[in-house]
Design a binder for this molecule. Structure first.
Ligand code: NAP
Length: 310
């Protein structure tokens, strides 16, 4: 949980130099969200900035949806290098930046904004590329070699993950979602962008789900199920097989219900911490045009997750 002093609002952004005059290094990066106190990005990025000797600090901006347009217009004048966007601002940010990178267009939202020297804003998404790096790190293989089942493909993270799989040449992507209507336009878009990708669309009906999992190597959970310790697994535990690789994008628990289910059949699994880390590293690379100190960021992230001041 962040200190109240570490969370700024639109009123302070309007008088930024005065409101933050005493803060050294200057606040020049932030995560924007509503809520934003839970974000683990500040300790991770501040460790990277300090390690690299960059004269900037990363903070939190609590912005409501109706404040975003004004806030983004203020960023260049306040000396910002960039910002990250989190729930619920990623889709809206697409239309608030001057230039949209392909990564953001495919993801349907912006999670990283770079403020150029001329004051123009560029929008990127590191959700999909961060997932890709995490899969390679955790399982030693690339998305292009894996048939993937995306649970919760109708959500923001699910869409970004599904598009990333298709863009890297996954031979088969199964889109699975509780609300089926959300998947039809996504499937059409994926097949329009990536002609060779085979895309299946199913709900959580047991027979259909079982058939899709039998044709998948990697199962990625992008549903919100698992954020609470009392949550059920998003799919029945008995559907997993020892040969499945299981990545749960949830990072608030070391072992999520889905990972526990994977344990029972001897399948390899990982939580979403590695995805979060690599998304952050990619944002750092976008802002500074240099490699991010990934191990420094990982240590800070783990310390923050364990509630230790980092
Ligand atoms: P979102 O846009 O609100 O999407 C939520 C998804 O969860 C939807 O597909 C929704 O299905 C599904 N869902 C919610 N409750 C469900 C239930 N009871 N049963 C089945 N499906 C359910 O949220 P998001 O931004 O995509 O985030 C989703 C998850 O991804 C979160 O757990 C978040 O922690 C994780 N995430 C992790 C990272 C990382 O770096 N590790 C980054 C981004 C997100 P419907 O469409 O049917 O409502």
């Amino acid at each position: 949980m962040a200190d109240a002093a570490d969370i700024y609002q639109i009123a302070e952004l309007r008088r930024w130099s005065e409101a933050t005059a005493a803060i050294i290094p200057p606040l020049r990066l932030a995560v924007c969200g509503d809520p934003v106190a839970h974000s683990a990005s500040p300790p991770m990025h501040n460790a990277a900035l300090a390690h690299c000797g960059i004269d900037a600090r990363y903070t939190r901006l609590h912005l409501r949806a109706e404040e975003l347009t004004e806030a983004f217009s203020l960023l260049p004048g306040c000396g910002f290098i960039g910002v990250n966007c989190t729930i619920p601002h990623k889709p809206a940010t697409l239309s608030l930046v001057h230039e949209v990178d392909l990564s953001a267009r495919l993801a349907g939202g912006v999670n990283t904004v770079r403020v150029r020297e001329d004051g123009r804003l560029e929008g990127f998404s590191t959700d999909g590329p961060g997932l890709s790096r995490a899969v390679r790190e955790q399982f030693g293989t690339g998305l292009g070699d894996l048939r993937v089942a995306v649970l919760g493909a109708g959500g923001g993270a699910g869409r970004a993950v599904a598009m990333q799989c298709a863009s890297e040449g996954s031979p088969r992507v199964a889109l699975i979602n509780r609300t089926l209507e959300k998947l039809v336009p996504l499937r059409t878009e994926m097949m329009g962008e990536f002609e060779k990708c085979s895309v299946e669309v199913v709900g959580f009906e047991l027979d259909a789900l079982e058939a899709q999992l039998a044709e998948s190597d990697l199962v990625i959970n992008c549903t919100a199920l698992g954020m609470k310790p009392t949550d059920p697994t998003p799919i029945p535990a008995g559907m997993l097989r020892a040969q499945h690789l299981v990545l749960d994008t949830i990072y608030t628990a070391a072992r999520t219900p889905l990972m526990c289910a994977a344990d029972t059949v001897g399948a390899r699994s990982a939580n979403g911490l590695s995805m979060l880390l690599h998304q952050g590293a990619l944002s750092f690379e976008i802002w500074f045009g240099r490699e991010a100190p990934v191990e420094v960021m990982r240590t800070a992230l783990l310390a923050a997750q364990q509630g230790v001041a980092a």
